[in-house]
Design a protein around this ligand. Structure first.
Ligand SMILES: Cc1cc2nc3c(=O)[nH]c(=O)nc-3n(C[C@H](O)[C@H](O)[C@H](O)COP(=O)(O)O)c2cc1C
Length: 180
């Protein structure tokens, strides 16, 4: 599969088989994050790879914000908490000079590396940003200096996540691009 095929195949998966994901595959996902680019190569990402059913249950019950039902996440055999190690001087400088908070960009890139690598392996994923960061940090035992940004569920989908023939709900090219 070319990288564009993988990008086209990826879709948020909200229905998982409970089967565990082999350790080697999880290690490859971690490697996909580790190799990501980052501003000043600061690599602010931290990961908690949660396979323990009790902890996953707590993430869903105590770590998600109310209002959106995401009980399906409890079935996903792996929750990868993507966190940011804060307090790097250059990050603060970048945010104040350029008005861009680079570590958040870095985390988005790294997380999507993980998601695309998972897609290539036939795994389903879903980014979950509807979380209570401090509650999630408590559950995975992170100190205050690491702030969870998202939970990414990982596991084998119960069915093909997306029919490749169907049109995606996306903005038109003209709406997002200015060619010059
Ligand atoms: C940063 C981020 C946060 C998201 N948070 C949630 C979430 O809390 N719950 C959820 O079900 N989906 C969440 N999603 C998935 C989006 O709803 C989904 O990517 C979008 O609707 C496009 O659909 P697709 O991923 O199937 O292409 C999130 C996606 C991103 C990138």
């Amino acid at each position: 599969m070319s990288i564009l095929d993988i990008i086209a195949k990826r879709s948020s998966c909200r229905s998982y088989k409970p089967d565990p994901v082999p350790r080697e595959q999880l290690e490859s996902l971690v490697e996909a994050v580790r190799l990501a680019p980052s501003a000043c190569n600061r690599q602010p990402w931290r990961l908690a790879v949660v396979q323990d059913a009790g902890l996953r249950g707590r993430i869903v019950q105590e770590g998600f914000l109310p209002g959106i039902k995401m009980l399906w996440a409890q079935v996903a055999p792996v929750h990868i908490v993507l966190g940011m190690q804060r307090s790097f001087g250059t990050h603060r400088l970048g945010a104040s000079l350029a008005g861009v908070d680079y570590p958040w960009l870095d985390l988005g890139i790294a997380g999507e590396h993980l998601v695309l690598a998972a897609t290539e392996m036939g795994l389903g994923t879903c980014w979950i940003g509807w979380i209570k960061p401090r509650a999630v940090a408590r559950i995975v035992g992170w100190p205050r200096s690491i702030k969870p940004a998202a939970v990414i569920t990982v596991g084998y989908p119960t069915e093909p996540v997306r029919d490749p023939g169907t049109e995606r709900k996306r903005k038109a090219v003209e709406e997002i691009v200015k060619w010059m």
